[in-house]
Design a protein around this ligand. Structure first.
Ligand code: SF4
Length: 113
């Protein structure tokens, strides 16, 4: 029983750590996630990126990662840089960092391909 529980916990930890492998953006054009500008032509890229994020099964984990690691550029978890800055301004980053650490348990830096 204990071994089964430990294996189950381990599988759950690995699933949380490897969230980026389920990222919907792995097959999307990476340029739309990192537009040159948030305005003008970049607005269309951001809209397309957000459409991909809206269908992504690991959006929450992605946003937690972006907040915890202070990703300053690009669309992460369906949010732009400006939207994340507003979120961090409203809420201290410590809870996001703690939640991310709990979810990943020092898994290293994931990323979209
Ligand atoms: S940027 Fe994040 S939420 Fe958007 S598709 Fe990629 S992994 Fe999913």
């Amino acid at each position: 029983m204990l071994v089964t529980e430990l294996l189950s916990e381990r599988a759950e930890r690995e699933a949380r750590r490897d969230w980026w492998q389920a990222a919907a953006c792995r097959t999307a054009d990476p340029d739309i996630f990192f537009p040159v500008s948030a305005h003008g032509p970049g607005e269309e890229d951001i809209a397309q990126a957000k459409e991909v994020c809206a269908e992504c099964s690991v959006r929450r984990q992605c946003l937690q990662f972006a907040l915890a690691t202070h990703q300053m550029h690009g669309v992460w978890g369906g949010t732009t840089e400006e939207e994340r800055q507003l979120h961090l301004h409203d809420r201290p980053s410590v809870p996001a960092q703690r939640q991310y650490a709990e979810d990943t348990e020092d898994a290293g830096r994931p990323g979209c391909e």
